[in-house]
Ligand binder design. Structure first.
Ligand code: SF4
Length: 86
């Protein structure tokens, strides 16, 4: 067995283990920056029980949302609707 290769291999394994340990931290950060797909939150282009995007806290006029990706109708709705105060 070549003794000179063992420390190198060990460093390589430890380096890989270090990156693997950081992965759970990096993934939630990346996800937090991404918006949800409409299908994930049951987005629809019509109101539901008086709730609609234009009276939702997350609505960004004229047609965007802070949480859901894509073009958002002011008359739309999704499962994460939250009442806009004021
Ligand atoms: S109801 Fe609110 S959270 Fe859902 S898509 Fe409309 S603005 Fe965004």
């Amino acid at each position: 067995m070549d003794e000179t290769k063992t420390p190198k291999r060990r460093r390589s394994v430890l380096r890989a283990a270090g990156l693997a340990a950081l992965a759970p931290i990096a993934v939630p950060r990346a996800r937090a920056q991404d918006k949800l797909q409409g299908s994930m939150v049951l987005y629809q282009d019509k109101p539901k029980d008086g709730q609609k995007c234009s009276n939702c806290l997350h609505f960004q006029p004229p047609n965007a949302c802070a949480i859901v990706a894509g073009e958002i109708s002011p008359e739309g709705w999704c499962a994460v609707w939250a009442k806009k105060e004021g």
